[in-house]
Design a protein around this ligand. Structure first.
Ligand code: PLP
Length: 466
């Protein structure tokens, strides 16, 4: 499989190239040159298989000959063996024709583990083929750091350093990062805020000699491998509820548009999907676009669902490219204009097409608390604030007689304050993390100073060769 940039100015790559590059050189996002297709018979043949087997079969056409199928299957088995539920992504029925797809049984209790546990292993495989190492560097204010650390810990050819603002992440989030004991993980607590951390990461990437010396890399949400890995759970869930003979609908809590794009990709590849709903909190740029062809940037506002607090949805560019008939120059022009003006409107027929594909929905914080309470009282199910936005979206308009599946993106115990506000108690952490508060922490406090941080990273990246 070859990959193109949505902006048309970067050389084509194969899967390994796309995996290790992340963003394309022209600022675009990589997309497959042609979409794989699963016939009804292909889909039927995956029914009842273990999740890891479905994941390997769904990923295989995206990976092409970069990874032999047996090695891919072994990586999938290993990646998902660490999940706390034997079904990996279990479905829980809330009502007639209404299900929750629990994507939070991985090590950090959020859906990003589904992709990242596999991506960490794919990194190792690709780097071994090239006999290279990388140092993953990232900044986090919360969840992305722990998911990236769990993905990279103990990988043979990857070191990972994550900057977090000292004293400014929640205790659960900090402990999920700092309690990891693997020697290839470095946690730096920066004396500053999240913006300082992000600026330091950007500055380190901009320092070309340093970047080359420690082979800096990122594990960001626009990496194609993450989207590809996520398509597997949509297919697995639909198969369990009767696909390909029966259509299903999905509602997805959305921030950067990566998760719901994977659902769209599953449909694009042949899964019968009747409806895709994009649920947002008050940071509702996507809902505004779908309602009125108005994609305009606004400042980010903090909400009860922090992983959906975004100003722009970076993966939307991949959909835009498809909506524009895969016209890369036009995609590049629209994106340049969007960057310059903070505003995007697409030609009317394109917008109508987007509205046929997706339905938008917005829920504010009081609505989110009411939905958590209502779902708990009505169905006995405790949803986290992100999941609650999509449950409300699905309740607002479910296609009749179609199984509707809500993507549950985080475990409620990750957001104990919001849950307590909604239902009056704090949910306990599930067994694998029950002793999180007793585990020793490992991190160094550093000033918000680039030379100091680069020196720490250099020592860390070369610790075995010095
Ligand atoms: C990252 C995240 C989201 C948003 O997913 P996108 O792929 O960015 O749209 C939603 N919920 C939770 C809990 C997340 O961690």
């Amino acid at each position: 499989m070859r990959y193109l940039s949505t902006r048309g100015q970067a050389p084509e790559r194969n899967f390994s190239g796309v995996l290790l590059a992340g963003l394309a050189e022209d600022g675009g996002l990589f997309v497959p040159a042609a979409w794989p297709h699963f016939s009804a018979a292909d889909l039927r043949s995956m029914r009842c298989l273990p999740y890891a087997e479905i994941a390997a079969r769904v990923m295989a056409p995206f990976i092409g000959n970069c990874v032999p199928f047996d090695a891919l299957r072994a990586m999938c088995r290993e990646a998902y063996a660490g999940f706390a539920h034997p079904a990996v992504t279990p479905l829980v029925q809330l009502d007639r024709d209404f299900w929750v797809l629990e994507l939070f049984h991985g090590p950090t209790l959020a859906f990003k583990d589904l992709a990242l546990q596999l991506v960490g292993r794919l990194f190792d495989h690709g780097l071994a083929q090239r006999d290279e190492r990388i140092t993953v560097l990232g900044a986090t204010s919360g969840d992305t750091g722990s998911a990236a650390i769990e993905a990279c810990r103990d990988r043979a050819r990857v070191d990972i350093a994550i900057l977090h603002p000292l004293g400014r992440t929640s205790e659960v989030q900090r402990r999920q990062m700092t309690s990891v004991t693997s020697p290839n993980v470095l946690n730096l607590a920066v004396e500053g805020n999240f913006d300082d951390c992000q600026d330091l990461v950007k500055a380190a990437f901009a320092d070309a000699p340093f970047r080359r010396q420690v082979r800096l890399a990122a594990v960001n949400s626009i990496n194609w491998a993450r989207i590809a890995a996520q398509t597997a759970y949509y297919i697995a869930a639909a198969l369990a509820l009767g696909a390909p003979e029966r259509e299903v609908a999905f509602a997805v809590p959305t921030g950067n548009f990566g998760n719901v794009l994977a659902a769209w990709a599953a449909r694009r590849m042949g899964l019968p999907v009747a409806r895709l709903t994009v649920a947002s909190n008050r940071n509702d740029i996507l809902a505004r676009f779908l309602a009125a062809n108005d994609m305009s940037m606004r400042p980010v506002e903090a909400s009860l669902s922090p992983s959906m607090d975004i100003a722009v949805s970076s993966n939307f560019e991949r959909l835009l490219f498809e909506l524009l008939g895969r016209d890369a120059p036009q995609t590049a022009a629209v994106m340049a204009d969007f960057r310059a003006t903070g505003h995007m409107a697409v030609p009317d027929p394109v917008w109508h097409h987007a509205r046929e594909l997706f339905q938008g929905f917005t829920l504010d914080d009081p609505g989110t608390l009411a939905e958590i309470r209502g779902t708990y009282e009505g169905a006995g199910y405790l949803a986290d604030p992100h999941t609650a936005t999509a449950i409300a979206a699905a309740r607002a308009s479910r296609p009749p007689h179609v199984p509707t599946i809500v993507a549950a993106t985080a475990h409620p115990a990750k957001f104990p304050d919001a849950i307590e506000q909604a239902v009056g108690f704090r949910p306990p952490l599930p067994p694998p993390l029950a002793d999180l508060y007793d585990r020793p922490e490992h991190f160094s406090v550093v000033p918000a100073d680039l030379p100091t941080i680069e020196a720490r990273l250099r020592a860390f990246a070369t610790r075995n060769t010095a």
